[in-house]
Structure formats: structure tokens, C-alpha cells
Design a protein around this ligand. Sequence first.
Ligand SMILES: CCCCCCCCCCCCCCCC(=O)SCCNC(=O)CCNC(=O)[C@H](O)C(C)(C)COP(=O)(O)OP(=O)(O)OC[C@H]1O[C@@H](n2cnc3c(N)ncnc32)[C@H](O)[C@@H]1OP(=O)(O)O
Length: 128
Amino acid sequence: MTADNKPTGELTLRTLAMPADANAAGDIFGGWVMAQMDLSCGIRAAERARGRVVTAAVKEMAFALPIKIGDTLCIYTDVVKVGRTSMTLKVEAWAQRYLSHLMEKVTDAIFVMVALDENGKPKAVPEE
Ligand SMILES: CCCCCCCCCCCCCCCC(=O)SCCNC(=O)CCNC(=O)[C@H](O)C(C)(C)COP(=O)(O)OP(=O)(O)OC[C@H]1O[C@@H](n2cnc3c(N)ncnc32)[C@H](O)[C@@H]1OP(=O)(O)O
């Protein structure tokens, strides 16, 4: 994971980390963060494909810093490659710390999303 001090990509989703998303120590579950990243890629890829998409693959993820209850999770996405039916997105998750403007990158990953037709089969991503 790169030690950037500024997010890259387009801000796609912001949401608040709530007590229901945390373990007993107040750390937010990694699975919840991954789900927000998945949703962000779904939004961005569906816009690019102008239709339904699914997640085909998620590349390696490491959690560099914890997210705590009250932090605002900010997800940034960048479509880095468009294949025939697939789109590769670089995704960064940043925590805006509770009641502050401090932003810290907690994780990043590469997601591969695939455009689907009405029968659930891969379909070509249209030109931009
Ligand atoms: C209109 C405006 C909207 C605006 C706003 C809308 C908001 C609306 C947001 C909704 C947001 C929802 C987001 C849900 C996100 C989930 O949660 S989806 C649920 C989880 N995912 C699934 O269930 C997928 C299950 N898997 C599958 O259905 C099939 O394996 C797949 C992914 C369709 C691939 O099918 P396949 O028969 O293997 O197809 P194949 O032709 O071999 O591969 C297709 C492409 O995928 C690539 N690929 C396949 N597997 C991999 C892999 N493991 N690694 C890398 N690439 C791969 C291939 O290289 C190929 O790429 P291209 O060369 O065509 O570019």
C-alpha cells in the first residue's frame, strides 16, 4: 500500500462509521469497509458501463490503519483500465477522523468489475 498523503481518484461515497459496524474494541470491521468499497466500484462501473455490473475480482488488500466509530469513511475510485467487458478500478479508502479534518488512508485495492447483459452474461463496455 502506498503512503500517499492525498487521495487519488473521484470521491464516490462518504458514510459514517457507526457502532453497529464495530467490534467490541471500537474498531470498524474490515468487511464493512470492503463492502463500501464494493458499492463504490459498483456505482462507478455501472455509470461507465451504463448498465448492470458485477464484481469479478478483488486484488490484495491490507488494512494499514484502523477506522473508529465516528470517523467518516471516504471512498475514492479511479477507472484505470477498460477491457472488452471488464473495468479495472483503483480504490482508496480514507478515514476523516471524528470531528476533525484529518484524513488518513486506511486501505486500497484493485477491483475488477464486469458489465452484464439482461441475461447475466458479460457484455461489451460501450465507448465513452
Ligand atoms: C446506468 C447508470 C447507473 C448509475 C448508478 C447505478 C448504481 C448501481 C450500483 C449497483 C452496485 C452493485 C455492485 C454489486 C457488486 C456485487 O456484489 S456483484 C456480486 C458478486 N459477484 C458475482 O456474483 C460475480 C459472479 N461471477 C460471474 O458472474 C462471472 O464469473 C463473471 C464475473 C460475469 C465472469 O464471467 P465469465 O463467464 O468468466 O466471463 P469471461 O468472458 O471469461 O470474463 C469476462 C471478463 O471478466 C474478466 N475476468 C473474469 N474473471 C476475472 C478475474 N478473476 N480477475 C480479473 N478479471 C477477470 C475477464 O478477463 C474478462 O474481461 P475482458 O477481457 O472482457 O475485459
